[in-house]
Design a protein around this ligand. Structure first.
Ligand code: MLT
Length: 411
């Protein structure tokens, strides 16, 4: 028998959202009549914008004609999409990003999970806690996290607690680390970093020779004008940061799959002898070896997001979900719960009622209100005592879920 990668055996449990799906399925099987409302996984529910649909249709027709058929595309993505990204997502905010610094991919989940491969196995990583589980689990699989203790913390990972007491803003690491995963607007807490706070991180990374892995998948949800949409809005960030973006939550692409990662030419690692190595070159090498690019049709669909019509339609989608966020926030506050997030992010982070752990609250809401959320503890030890609801549900279901929760908590 072939020996397995035993680092996988160090993963503490199944992937969070698979575990939730398993529990919900079991509950549904036991209560076939229950009308369950799912506000757990952050999956969008509105259809793709019409401009995207039209572009997808047109691209499918191109694939059906010999003259316009495409086979393998360039692994980092088609130039037409990279140019639009560079212009609309960056130049419009005064940020220069070249097209060969943009790597189009099938998702920010894949990219944030895969990026660790280009770093040494003994790099020390720091994570905000709670955290999107992919950052941790991909490092556990690679053997970089060490062993989990009784408290669920891995002994080689530096945890940066983000709790109500510090405004969900991660403290700077107190010991040397090589890589820091930051996600803002944050999944799961819904918190954002001000320009000044992000500048502190960039300055710290420059001073300590660390690389910031900045997940900005939810930037379209930012409302406050002082909150940067890209880490490259901060001077000096190009030398220390890799940024991840996605069309999933912005334009409804969770099932269509398109995202991109920016690796500036300036950002470098080092080899064992201390000589600088371009991370852009390593990521290009990694992607061209292991990834064959996003389908042409899908990239055409993503490009349509940047048309005038596409932009209007995408803004309407985001506004729709942010209205859901307001419905959840207002309803849960009226029910007497302490509520965070949901102002610049599609996630609402709720303090669980006294005496209830986050899994207790999950079971209570599923069992009594038939509403599915995500227990905060699933995102890390500092998520204990919190619970996440997503604003990506259908409007009617979101309203009904909030009413059901209010009724249950009033009892
Ligand atoms: C979440 O619910 O945290 C997200 O949907 C997960 C993801 O984007 O992969």
């Amino acid at each position: 028998m072939a020996r397995v990668n035993e680092h996988y055996l160090k993963l503490t449990a199944s992937y969070l959202f698979s575990e939730i799906a398993r529990r919900v399925k079991a509950f549904q099987a036991a209560h076939p009549g229950a009308k369950i409302i799912r506000l757990g996984i952050g999956d969008v529910t509105q259809p793709l914008p019409p401009a995207v649909i039209a572009a997808l249709h047109a691209a499918v027709d191109e694939m059906g004609r010999a003259a316009t058929f495409r086979g393998y595309g360039p692994e980092p993505g088609y130039e037409f999409l990279a140019e639009l990204i560079a212009r609309h997502d960056y130049a419009s905010r005064g940020v220069t990003v070249a097209t060969d610094e943009i790597f189009v991919s099938d998702g920010a989940k894949s990219d944030t999970g895969n990026i660790q491969e280009i770093f040494a196995a003994d790099c020390v990583i720091a994570l905000t806690d709670p955290v999107y589980p992919v950052y941790l689990d991909s490092n556990v699989m690679a053997g970089r996290a060490g062993d989990a203790g009784a408290d669920g913390r891995y002994d080689r990972v530096v945890y940066l607690p983000c709790v109500a007491e510090n405004g969900f803003e991660p403290p700077l690491p107190e010991r040397p680390v090589d890589l820091v995963y930051l996600c803002f607007p944050n999944n799961p807490t819904g918190a954002v970093l001000s320009r000044a706070a992000l500048r502190r991180w960039v300055d710290w990374a420059r001073e300590h020779g660390a690389v910031l892995l900045y997940d900005a998948a939810y930037e379209a949800y930012i409302r406050d004008t002082d909150v940067p949409h890209s880490i490259y809005e901060i001077e000096g960030a190009r030398a220390v940061a890799i940024e991840f973006r996605s069309f999933s939550k912005t334009a409804g692409f969770t099932g269509t799959r398109c995202a991109f990662t920016v690796v500036p030419r300036e950002v470098q690692g080092r080899d064992a002898a201390g000589a600088p190595v371009s991370l852009n070159a390593l990521w290009l090498r990694r992607q061209s070896t292991k990834f064959n690019g996003v389908p042409y049709v899908v990239q055409r669909g993503a490009a349509a997001v940047y048309t005038d019509e596409g932009q209007k339609q995408v803004r309407a989608l985001v506004d729709h979900y942010m209205d859901n966020a307001r419905v959840i926030r207002d309803g849960l506050e009226a029910a007497g719960l302490r509520v965070y997030g949901g102002r610049n992010a599609p996630y609402i982070w709720v303090k669980t009622p006294p005496g209830l752990s986050s899994w207790d609250f999950f079971d209570k809401l599923l069992g009594e209100a038939h509403v599915v959320g995500t227990p905060g503890a699933g995102f890390g030890p500092s998520g204990e005592g919190y619970f996440r609801l997503t604003a990506f549900g259908q409007r009617g279901e979101t309203q009904e879920a909030v009413e059901r929760i209010k009724r249950r908590l009033a009892l």
